[in-house]
Design a protein around this ligand. Structure first.
Ligand SMILES: Cc1cc2nc3c(=O)[nH]c(=O)nc-3n(C[C@H](O)[C@H](O)[C@H](O)COP(=O)(O)O)c2cc1C
Length: 332
């Protein structure tokens, strides 16, 4: 006898709800486990040292960019920077170089700001600063404490045009290939996208090999009808080893979404057409993606983007927007 005949019909919706709840809990646990395993909450490895150095250096820089930086600010941060500069010596120096350089540069700014008030700083920290090697070389850092006048700061942008012209396009010119130089030109401005504490944890994988593109698209649930027409995929990811607190559990997706949007605008700006593709993937497909060895386990997927060169006539769905009043409220 089938189970359906035994169970009263009225219970079916209830059972379906239970199934949905269990599915929901499974996905939440999957995310939870990934965050516990790959974030740096419980770690002292090279990723966590880099993360702390980046965010603490940023804190120092940020403090100094305020109107009237309080003399002697950021004691805990200084202590942690020196601790992590020590720890950094245990890891591959090439890998650590940029964050170490950034930290030393930020310390340089800090101690320069305090040159007439060193008495406000713990003598041990002053000594630690003076005994740092390569404080001079750290000016090679691309970080600089800057100020510009108002006309220098604002350029003559056409941002509204970029916004209003961009559309999700699902047809591409398959005869045109995409070079490494074009990809680099595309990504270069995108790395200026802000990220929490300047941690710069987003990555993008560009896949142009036809069969690989098709295999990857099998795991994505929104490309039916134009799968074969997609010449290239960008997979935007966030490296969750850059997160150090439970409160940061969603930050990968906030920063990652911003990074992805910059990439879409960069594509528009450089004459590519593109369609973002959701990664609302189930656990099975998410796990399957890591088997391609394109992503490290510690990277979480933000989204895929299908992109390529446009056909002579560019067709797209209108996707009308709701009226402006739906999107804002003012409290005056
Ligand atoms: C994160 C994200 C995921 C999306 N996923 C898909 C998708 O899987 N398949 C698809 O055809 N379009 C996808 N889109 C495109 C949206 O349908 C499209 O952006 C929306 O309709 C607005 O249209 P527009 O981009 O042309 O302005 C996605 C968009 C975003 C932002």
């Amino acid at each position: 006898m089938s189970i359906k005949k035994v169970i009263p019909k009225a219970i079916f919706p209830f059972l379906k709800n239970i199934k949905d709840y269990i599915n929901f809990i499974n996905h939440a646990l999957y995310d939870f486990n990934r965050f516990i395993k790959y974030s740096s909450i419980f770690k002292n490895d090279s990723d966590s040292v880099i993360t702390w150095l980046m965010q603490d250096s940023h804190r120092i820089e940020k403090g100094l960019s305020l109107k009237n930086p309080k003399k002697g600010f950021g004691k805990d941060v200084l202590v942690r920077i020196f601790k992590n500069l020590q720890l950094a010596k245990n890891f591959d120096s090439n890998r650590m170089a940029e964050s170490v350089d950034y930290a030393i540069f930020a310390l340089g700014l800090y101690f320069n700001y305090h040159k007439d008030s060193l008495n406000l700083i713990d003598p041990k920290l002053v000594e630690a600063y003076h005994s740092l090697e390569n404080t001079k070389n750290a000016t090679s850092s691309n970080s600089e404490h800057v100020s510009k006048n108002i006309t220098e700061y604002f350029g003559d942008y056409k941002f509204d045009d970029l916004c209003f012209d961009r559309a999700s396009v699902r047809q591409f010119d398959l005869s045109k290939s995409i070079s490494k130089e074009e990809i680099e030109a595309l990504i270069e401005p995108v790395i200026k996208t802000p990220s929490v504490c300047n941690r710069q944890h987003c990555r993008v994988k560009i896949i142009t090999e036809k069969n690989l593109v098709l295999d990857l698209l099998k795991l994505q649930n929104g490309n039916r009808g134009f799968t074969e027409d997609i010449p290239a995929l960008a997979i935007v990811t966030s490296d969750i080893s850059f997160f150090v607190k439970p409160e940061e559990r969603n930050q990968a997706f906030v920063d990652g979404g911003m990074f992805a949007m910059s990439l879409l605008y960069s594509m528009q700006n450089k004459g590519f057409v593109a369609c973002p593709l959701n990664w609302s993937a189930n656990i099975k497909n998410d796990k399957a993606l890591y088997k391609f060895n394109i992503l490290e386990n510690k990277e979480s997927v933000i989204m895929f983007i299908a992109f390529g060169r446009p056909l002579e006539t560019i067709s797209f769905a209108k996707s009308p927007r709701k009226s402006l009043k739906n999107f804002y409220a003012m409290y005056e």
